[in-house]
Design a protein around this ligand. Structure first.
Ligand code: ADP
Length: 393
């Protein structure tokens, strides 16, 4: 069996991939890339570590053909390489799948039943699995779930106050971004072992955004819930809204289910509020009132959730920013920390504008900026699940 692991993160119109080799602490990245615009005008980008970036148009018309294009490129770039296993990011594992595992027909059938719980992600994730199984019939395919890291929540952080039968039937606060939080928790254990044992809040602020409260490296509560719509406002998703508003939109405005889904997932959040863009860089560069208000809303919601999660944890020992905005937006981080001295959070302005790894003032509670790496987490899980390393870390 080869020792390379291919990770696949299949979305609605894109497939991101990365190729890793085993290494001491973390899998070593060899190459990465993606196919975008599947179903419209597909293009392929890839780079071997240390090499030039390749950008080409492709004729891949669906997920299966796209995996074929990726495979062809990998075989060309790594003639001697042997793919030992494929790791897939699967957004929803439901109640039953709380750890990475090798995919078989029964699991796939089970995961398809979860499509309605994550309609914009799960079917595409599984299309990626189907395509990879067809392309690599002999390599183990490993499912790595975004929900798994949160499956140990207590009842109060896992339930909605609906009639009890809903909870019993699996209507839970599943939470997402688990692979990112798990990566951060493990990195923290390596670099800041004392802090890692404490009460930590991690803000994953990307296109999708959520916050996770952790104690001793385990998830205690998180802002996303049954679906990936809840909690923070995001690039195009609404975040927390009053369920009464959903009833109003359906009954008074007469939205169809498809229109409502499109509104809440694709037209809301930063894009909806700003009327300009979902991209934080564009909003920061704009001096329109709507762009400023969209950022202010985004920041305010993060502050509120940090307060709530601190109460859940019974105090706070450190705050970590990660993902695109968390890692690279001094403006958002400064807005979040502004007037948070009551909690012990104080920002070092110079460290913040330079995206330094530690942006707290000397002597104040640690505020860290840590790059997430969901692909490395998937590769690590995949190597362990496929028996490609002596022991899981
Ligand atoms: P995804 O959830 O798609 O993986 P990312 O983690 O890549 O998203 O984050 C994307 C977000 O990060 C976008 O809103 C983008 O504008 C923002 N971002 C990236 N670089 C910067 C930057 N230098 N300053 C502010 N925002 C940034």
């Amino acid at each position: 069996m080869g020792d390379r692991v291919l990770t696949i993160n299949a979305g609605s119109s894109s497939i991101k991939f990365a190729l890793f080799a085993p290494d001491e602490r973390w899998p070593r990245l060899l190459a990465a890339g993606q196919i975008e615009g599947i179903g419209a005008k597909p293009s392929f980008h890839a780079r071997v570590v240390g090499g030039d970036r390749l950008d080409v148009e492709t004729k891949a018309a669906n997920h299966e053909q796209s995996i074929g294009v990726i495979l062809q490129w990998i075989e060309g770039a790594f003639a001697e390489s042997q793919i030992g296993a494929i790791g897939h990011r699967i957004v929803h594992g439901g109640l039953a799948h709380a750890a990475p595992a090798i995919i078989d027909d029964a699991m796939l059938a089970d995961l398809r039943l979860l499509n309605p719980l994550a309609p914009l992600h799960q079917p595409h994730n599984l299309a990626g699995v189907d395509a990879a199984r067809a392309a690599f019939p002999h390599a183990p395919q490993v499912a790595c779930f975004d929900t798994a890291f949160h499956r140990g929540h207590s009842f109060v952080n896992d339930a909605y106050a609906l009639p009890r039968r809903y909870y019993d039937n699996g209507v839970r606060r599943f939470g997402f971004h688990g692979l990112s939080y798990e990566y951060i928790a493990r990195r923290l254990r390596e670099t800041e072992p004392v802090l890692a044992c404490g009460r930590i809040i991690v803000a994953h602020l990307g296109n999708g955004a959520s916050i996770c409260a952790m104690r001793d490296g385990r998830s205690v509560a998180t802002t996303m819930g049954f679906s990936a719509l809840d909690g923070l406002a995001m690039g195009t998703r609404c975040g927390q809204i009053d369920p009464g508003l959903v009833i109003y939109l359906l009954t008074h405005e007469g939205l169809s289910i498809d229109e409502l889904t499109h509104l809440l997932y694709e037209q809301s959040g930063l894009k909806g509020l700003s009327t300009l863009s979902q991209d934080m860089r564009e909003l920061e560069a704009s001096d329109s009132r709507e762009a400023r208000e969209a950022i202010a809303y985004f920041v305010n919601r993060i502050r509120m959730e940090i307060g709530a999660l601190t109460a859940t944890l019974g105090g706070l020992d450190g705050l970590i920013f990660t993902a695109g905005i968390g890692e690279r937006s001094p403006l958002v981080r400064a807005g979040v920390i502004d007037r948070m001295a009551w909690l012990g959070l104080q920002i070092d302005d110079h460290a913040n504008v330079t995206n330094a790894p530690r942006i707290s003032r000397k002597g104040a509670m640690p505020i860290l900026v840590l790059a997430t790496n969901e692909e490395a987490m998937i590769a690590d899980h995949t190597m362990a699940a496929a028996g490609m390393m002596a022991t899981a870390k």
